[in-house]
Design a protein around this ligand. Sequence first.
Ligand code: BGC
Length: 376
Amino acid sequence: MKNLTLLLILFLGFSACKQVEKKAVHIEKEYYGTTKEGKEVDRYTLSNDSGMKVHIITFGGIITHLYVPNATGGLNDVVLGCDSLSDYEKGSPYFGALIGRYGNRIADGTFTLDDQTYSLVQNDGKNHLHGGTKGFDKVVWDASSRIENGKAVLQLNYLSKDMEEGYPGNLNTEVTYTLSKANILEVSYRATTDKKTVLNLTQHAYFNLSGTADILNHELKLNAPHYLPVDETLIPTGEIASVAGTPFDFTSFKAIGRDIKKEDIQLERGLGYDHCWVLDDSNKGLRSAAILQEVNSGIQLEVFTDQPAIQFYSGNFLDGTNPMKQSDSFYNYRSGLCLETQHFPNSPNQASFPSTELSPGEVYSTKTQFKFTLIN
Ligand code: BGC
């Protein structure tokens, strides 16, 4: 009898735990809008009982809102975005979007693979930027969601057809957003091709942890002792330069605004920070790449990735023309910053950079995590 009571207590305790675990994350789906081409777009909301909530739409896999707990017990929406599908369709500066097939620039919009030269659209002066005119940020992804191992999972799939935007190979792409109870939003990428191609996928969220006019007071640390200097058109020169003694040294916490106005040819070319930092590879695999802090909100964002580099872009091309969501004002110069985990820009034309080629039979598989905590 005693044993039976004990068993009953254990069983009830176990079921209660299971219930708590089941309820710790949530997923909702609703209609968001219809594209100009007549495709329906849904909005998924992943949330957890720690207060974190993220809205993601199937158009571009865009993170439209990302609410995280601040130090005073409230929630801050820490990403820039638009209010409607038509605003996103008109073309935002890639607010919150998935970027593909190639994040950042390919020089002169061309590259050669196995003696075959491919031509891409030159949508950034003479260069190709972020996958072209209709990159992965502007397509409607197939979506399915589930709760798995106590985490909220949104799986997005897109088949990019052979020669879409000029890239070879039918590319089966899968991007999975996963929200955990511990306020980690993970983005994992998987792709296969039926023809040799190049690939560099990333996420283009613009962060502002406090909602202030600009991000110059945010403190940033990058676990990167080197960065890639660029030419006048923001194509890496090929040099892998040490950050020591330069405004590009973020190896310990530094306010973004501290050195941004210093006289420096690289800052001049980028109009601020718009460069690729080469991550410290001493611990390959998923590792801490960047930590961003904002003291007034008390929010800290730590970015983990298995990618070789991170593009830190200080929002230098934001020019007051993009309407601010849920507001009558506009996003101004440097009102958000991007931390884009990726391979080096223009790798297809730079033999000394890590390869971005993907061949039939190989699986492209990479992962990035955005972890939100309070500054301690
Ligand atoms: C690039 C910038 C570009 C911006 C577009 C960033 O990833 O580094 O040069 O202007 O995307 O929004």
